[in-house]
Design a protein around this ligand. Structure first.
Ligand code: DQA
Length: 143
């Protein structure tokens, strides 16, 4: 579970857009979802693009699937797109808000070009849905 810039501020950051759940709340939600699906998760957040690239590469070596909320880098980062394309594990893109229904610059997603699918607009619940999607994708590849 990889989280990009400013998501450490969830809870107080634009709560009308992102809700009141903190990133710790979301991590707990994801751990519950993962436990129910009998999968292990590693939960990370960074404000730095290059660190996200490193984390994607590490997931490519150590994980069966990636869930990523690239936050603002969704709309700007070819480096993240290339990293996601460069690893042989499926990725699920998740957003709390529905970027396509916001400012026009949020409509484009580089991450979507590499993701198996995207979940957006469901708030914190979207993370639980993304964990389930990632687990299903990972298991389908092992079947
Ligand atoms: C976000 C949407 C992005 O446009 C924004 O830059 C974020 C959060 C979301 O989860 O809704 O930081 O990824």
């Amino acid at each position: 579970m990889l989280n990009g810039p400013n998501l450490n501020l969830l809870g107080t950051r634009e709560p009308d857009v992102y809700g009141r759940a903190t990133l710790s709340d979301i991590e707990a939600l994801c751990r519950d979802a993962a436990a129910g699906l009998d999968v292990d998760i590693v939960f990370e957040q960074t404000n730095h693009e290059g660190v996200l690239v490193d984390l994607i590469q590490r997931a490519g070596r150590e994980a069966s699937a990636i869930v990523i909320n690239p936050a603002a880098y969704t709309h700007t980062s070819i480096a993240l797109l290339d990293a996601l394309k460069g690893v042989d594990v499926p990725a699920v893109e998740v957003h709390l808000s529905q970027p396509a229904a916001r400012e026009p610059f949020r409509a484009a997603s580089y991450a979507a070009l590499a993701a198996a699918g995207s979940i957006a607009g469901f708030g914190a619940m979207g993370y639980a849905l993304a964990v389930e999607a990632a687990a299903r994708l990972a298991r389908a590849r092992l079947a």
